[in-house]
Design a protein around this ligand. Structure first.
Ligand SMILES: Nc1ncnc2c1ncn2[C@@H]1O[C@H](COP(=O)(O)OP(=O)(O)O)[C@@H](O)[C@H]1O
Ligand SMILES: [Mg+2]
Length: 276
């Protein structure tokens, strides 16, 4: 198998300023700043093959978004190396950016005050796409996502679900080989969640991209991912098939007990939150 993503001991430490209480201490702090250090990602070593769909799962604060941001070049690693399609993501070369996409479910990436269609036209210019081909692609994707009717409405007037669908179209416009999806269904109602899930399943079948997907909804992971990547406090604690993961959990269970994927993950996340 050829690997499209490889990391070695990838580590990211965030430094935050610890603001002291009281005005006097604040003034003192101005000259002698105290910092807190948070290891968000700790020596993550990974190999991901072309066409794999990775479900990245971990508790809040485990380091999922940090990993995706490093792999797409939005955050630089503190140490260790990352190679994506043979590029060093932090260099953010055009040729690299044209082949990847990151969707941050908690953040709008399209322009807020214009219609999605106008945003897509701008993106097509940025990515140097043929305008007619890009327009057709937008319409095809919108149809699959059942949201053609809102393409001309100002983004700020759309519902959360409609906005997310627009963000997905924006992320796929340039047909990226690698897609980082960070919580693409977060906060959406069940119908919108299902539409997006079905859409992604169909898209994967047609285009065979490599995807790393994070989600709090295990339905997303179970339906879409073939490989599970479990992360705990910045450490990768499991990388393998979902099936093996469930089978392994079941061998550790009492004889009369059997758990499914969702239940194993629920127990894992519960233990994580107790350890915090
Ligand atoms: N810009 C930042 N500055 C300081 N700390 C951060 C920053 N971004 C993330 N962190 C911290 O790093 C840890 C990992 O965060 P994140 O990667 O967002 O986790 P996840 O996506 O799994 O919830 C958390 O403890 C978070 O508070
Ligand atoms: Mg996150």
């Amino acid at each position: 198998m050829s690997f499209v993503i490889e990391t070695k001991d990838l580590t990211r430490v965030y430094q935050t300023y610890q603001k002291p209480e009281g005005i006097l201490n604040s003034l003192k702090g101005f000259f002698h700043r105290k910092y807190n250090y948070k290891i968000a990602l700790d020596k993550a070593t990974l190999k991901i093959g072309s066409g794999q769909i990775i479900g990245l799962v971990g508790a809040n604060g485990a380091g999922k978004t940090t990993l995706l941001k490093i792999l797409s070049g939005l955050v630089t690693p503190s140490s260790g190396t990352a190679s994506v399609l043979g590029f060093k993501p932090s260099e953010r070369k055009n040729e690299f950016l044209r082949q990847i996409s990151i969707l941050l479910g908690q953040k709008n990436q399209l322009w807020w005050d214009i219609s999605p269609m106008d945003s897509f036209a701008l993106l097509a210019r940025i990515y140097d796409l043929n305008p007619d081909a890009a327009r057709k692609r937008v319409h095809d994707l919108a149809e699959m996502l059942k949201c053609s009717h809102v393409l001309q409405t100002q983004l700020r007037r759309l519902s959360l679900g409609e906005r997310m669908k627009m963000e997905i179209i924006g992320a796929l416009l340039h047909e990226p080989k690698i897609l980082f999806l960070d919580e693409p269904t977060i906060g959406l109602d069940i119908v919108a969640q299902e539409t997006i899930r079905e859409f992604l399943a169909q898209y994967v079948k047609e285009k065979s991209p490599t995807i790393i997907l994070t989600s709090h909804y295990m339905d997303d992971i179970a339906k879409l991912a073939d490989t599970l990547l479990l992360i705990s406090k910045g450490h990768i604690v499991y990388q393998g098939t979902l099936k093996e993961f469930v089978a392994k959990a079941n061998t550790e269970m009492a004889e009369n007990e059997e758990v499914n994927f969702e239940e194993v993950i629920r127990r894992f996340l519960e233990t994580e939150s107790r350890l915090c």
